[in-house]
Design a protein. Structure first.
Length: 631
């Protein structure tokens, strides 16, 4: 338990903690002014709330700040975890606590509203200030306008603010049944809006069946013009459905959510799917408040979006399990197959694209230097004919001395500036022996039969480049993490062909590739890129060009980073004894043995039990067998 130096109200809080029940419920942290600063839910309120005020040193900085600010605690006991989930969502909306991660305000999203009137209207709105039933929110106004236009062609309904008691022009042109003049009964008008509600909920199948039966009935009665009009409606509805359908219609009613995050923000994509069609998709950005894990964020976001979109789904497809989401609230599918897998992959592509948009927008407003950097990146995009602005650039370089101590380095530039948190070091394992040009101009990556010490000393820049690129991007692909907008290799045509073979042929990715070649004096000389036909061409840049200076900075930075890592490894590699030659025994273990026994000779006369007490049974067996086998 913390003391009063951390929180002066800890005595009062300690009394509160003793009275909190071990039941599911919702808790609220209050500050000195009585404001709610955090809302959470728990299966066991006593255990969860008490955890905030113990093991203080292990907490993240943001949680420490929260703990220091708490002056009182309120709890609400509920019957089930589902009740706790819904109550937490309601309280977060009411109090807007500063330490809760929340979705951005959804008031700017457009909705369709069926008004609460004897003869309803269908209205487009961005404010929920009209009495009625709302559908949405929709991702943008264009999609909603298209849907509204289709509904207008399918059904007749009034749009006037006040019913005049006489037919208007809308009736004359066939857009309204004139219920104001008694030309359309209230029952018939309500049936029209029942069908509109079904379409807005994504229930196309029932409407299509009903229209087809109506068309066949009219045709049997020889009312061909009316049957043709119904056929036109069927065509409109099927065309709209075909534009939305991405999977089999057996996927009847599911929600799909994916998430990406960094240290400060999280990005969420939400898809609503009915009968295989995506009704709408929402993207939201959240600012993290307490270093929450992705699962914690989704535990709050899922019920909020479920309510906000008035979802009727009983199943949700997720990239991983969310422990705080009760199964009786929504069935979780975390390892989908078939069509459900396609939906999750589509959601992941959406959230990756949205993350890049948000980072791009933030870079544009990041400071005085940002506009100039973005201009350079826009020029680079045009010069290399890239599909997106290269906000995230990664560059690789190898380093070794005659093949000894081979390493590689990767630098990451975000918005034209070094992002050192994303730098990576690679020890070359020898996964690829070499990459050779064949007589027909193609390349071949040979995998060695063994990874011996001699293989690692082969001066093989192509193999090293192939290895680190595959290791880097196979991992990003398998973990579903964002890929860079541009990959630059520090080398000429050979390195570019190797990178392309790994990225495209081996991994099946679509990362644009460029190369930076150097002259005889080891200075940046030219920028290389692939043409649409796969040939390499030179991008003409003057040495005085600011874009050339940016590329030169990237190349110098990756070279410095790789060389520094190589020097460090080489200095550590000068420690070498017969102990380090034993397979499975590294420098650390060799140091421990020499410090303990003084010399390799003394290590050799120790018993197996003595060695086990020093370095563990497994390593002791390796050392003992090796030294005694060579006697």
């Amino acid at each position: 338990m913390i003391d009063s130096s951390i929180n002066p109200a800890i005595d009062h809080i300690a009394l509160r903690l003793k009275t909190i029940p071990e039941s599911p419920g919702v808790y609220q942290h209050l500050d000195a002014e009585g404001n709610v600063i955090y809302v959470g839910k728990a299966r066991n309120l006593q255990r969860r709330v008490s955890s905030y005020f113990s093991h203080y040193d292990d907490k993240s900085p943001k949680i420490k700040m929260l703990v220091r600010s708490v002056r009182d605690i309120r709890v609400t006991v509920v019957a089930t975890e589902v009740d706790a989930l819904l109550l937490e969502n309601s309280l977060i909306k009411r109090y807007q606590p500063r330490y809760n991660s929340m979705l951005k305000d959804d008031k700017t999203y457009p909705y369709l509203c069926i008004t609460d009137e004897p003869y309803p209207r269908l209205l487009y709105t961005r404010k929920r200030n009209i009495r009625g039933q709302y559908f949405g929110p929709y991702p943008n106004g264009t999609i909603l306008r298209q849907l509204q236009d289709i509904i207008r062609q399918l059904f007749q309904y009034r749009t006037c603010n006040v019913m005049q008691g006489r037919p208007c022009m809308k009736h004359q042109i066939g857009l309204c049944g004139a219920p104001c003049a008694g030309k359309q009964s209230k029952e018939d008008y309500q049936a029209t809006f029942d069908n509109i509600r079904r379409i807005l909920k994504g229930d196309f199948a029932d409407i299509l069946d009903q229209l087809k039966r109506q068309m066949y009935s009219l045709a049997e009665e020889l009312r061909f013009e009316e049957a043709e009009a119904v056929k036109h409606k069927i065509h409109l509805l099927e065309e709209y459905q075909s534009r939305s359908t991405v999977v089999d219609t057996n996927v009847r009613d599911v929600d799909v959510i994916s998430i990406l995050s960094d240290d400060h923000y999280a990005w969420v994509n939400f898809l609503r799917v009915k009968h295989g069609a995506i009704i709408y998709s929402l993207n939201s950005e959240l600012r993290k408040q307490l270093d929450e894990a992705d699962a914690e964020i989704l535990a709050t976001v899922v019920p909020a979006l479920h309510e906000q979109t008035q979802s009727t789904a009983t199943e949700i497809i997720l990239p991983f399990a969310v422990p705080d989401l009760p199964e009786e609230y929504l069935k979780q599918t975390t390892d989908p197959r078939g069509d459900r897998r396609k939906l999750l992959e589509l959601s992941l592509r959406n959230v990756e694209s949205y993350q890049k948009q948000c980072r791009h927008q933030r870079a544009l407003t990041a400071g005085d230097a940002a506009p100039q950097a973005v201009k350079l990146l826009e020029r680079l995009q045009r010069a290399l004919q890239l599909p997106t602005l290269p906000m995230e650039i990664e560059c690789f370089d190898n380093s070794n001395i005659q093949g000894a101590y081979p390493v590689a380095g990767m630098v990451h530039f975000t918005a034209g500036k070094p992002n050192r948190q994303e730098y990576r070091k690679f020890n070359i394992r020898g996964d690829f022996k070499s990459s050779r040009l064949q007589d027909d101009g193609t390349r071949s990556l040979e995998v060695p039969k063994s990874r011996s010490h001699d293989d690692l000393k082969i001066n093989d820049d192509y193999g090293s480049m192939a290895e680190v690129i595959e290791r880097r991007y196979r991992r990003l692909r398998d973990e579903g993490k964002p890929l860079p907008d541009l990959l630059i290799v520090d080398g000429g045509e050979g390195q570019m062909h190797v990178a392309r073979e790994v990225i495209v042929d081996r991994l099946g990715l679509a990362i644009p590739i460029a190369g930076l070649a150097k002259d005889d004096r080891h200075r940046t000389n030219e920028l290389l890129t692939f043409t649409p036909t796969g040939e390499i061409c030179v991008v003409q840049l003057k040495p005085t060009d600011s874009l050339f200076h940016l590329l030169e900075q990237i190349q110098n930075e990756v070279h410095r980073f790789a060389i520094t890592f190589h020097k460090d490894k080489r200095s550590r590699g000068t420690f070498r004894t017969s102990l380090t030659d034993i397979p499975g025994i590294g420098e650390k273990t060799a140091h421990e043995l020499l410090l303990r026994y003084g010399s390799v000779k003394q290590v050799g006369i120790q018993t197996l039990d003595d060695l086990s007490s020093a370095i563990g049974a497994a390593k002791a067996r390796l050392v003992y067998d090796h030294l005694h086998a060579t006697e």
